[in-house]
Write a protein that binds this ligand. Sequence first.
Ligand SMILES: C[S@@+](CC[C@H](N)C(=O)[O-])C[C@H]1O[C@@H](n2cnc3c(N)ncnc32)[C@H](O)[C@@H]1O
Length: 292
Amino acid sequence: MTPADYEFLRKLLKDRSGLDLSADKQYLIESRLLPLARRAGLPGLPELVQKLKSGTDALTAEVVEAMTTNETFFLRDKVPFDHLRQTILPDLLHTRANRRSLRIWCAASSTGQEPYSIAMCLKELGSTLAGWRIEILATDLSQAVLEKSRAGIFSQFEVQRGLPIQLLVKNFTQTGELWQLNADIRAMVQHRQLNLLQDFSHLGVFDIIFCRNVLIYFDQNTKVNIFERLSRMLEPDGVLALGAAESVVGITNTFKPYPERRGLYRPNIAPVIRVAAPTLVPQTMRAVAAAR
Ligand SMILES: C[S@@+](CC[C@H](N)C(=O)[O-])C[C@H]1O[C@@H](n2cnc3c(N)ncnc32)[C@H](O)[C@@H]1O
């Protein structure tokens, strides 16, 4: 691959998904895109770049998907889910007692382990939630991971990572080597394709947003922009959960750390003074969004 080909792919990935590859990641591109090129009947990456330049949307989407990292597992990092069960949900159930509804968004949900972990935590609350309207929205850039998430079918290896045996027995049905989440848990999660670089204000306001282990792949400006837009999607007493290696500190003041709750944040801006931040959506897409 020539430096010009690498630069073309680097820019395409940054523009389409936010992925910010440094100059030394040629091996990563080669290991992920060479098999894709071969499957498309192309001898190598220079030919793939040529084909992408001629503007095939389906191939571009495949390239973007192939470069995303979909690593996830049930109850990942454990601590945010402990906080969710022990304080966040009890507090929200108290403050929302009149309206009896909760909206939760998993903003880079991958193959579903994260939104379904949330659903299982909620189910553990039992009759406390009787009569409540609970919405868990799972979104991701990749259609492939959303398909898998919708099916709710996981391998032995996947259910062994992070999931206590009691939750496995209670919420899954074994079919041969695979485990399928029971219909009640699957029904708690809605799926939708969504690119975080694009406008997401149409989703409405949430009580809890999980946006974990995705911003880590983006550059500083993209993170700032997404944090600003996320802050306008949360109730003033809502909670943002980030990944263990992620933080808002030194990036944005639109969120502040939730006291003594590592990985959790609260919006820092009162709703009345929230102002629109520019989205990263290209002009043409913004016009489409505005016309909706
Ligand atoms: C490493 S996984 C994290 C999954 C889960 N949140 C967790 O922490 O276990 C990152 C996910 O972000 C998705 N992703 C990458 N870029 C995205 C973008 N621009 N918009 C939405 N999702 C994106 C990927 O497809 C992938 O499924």
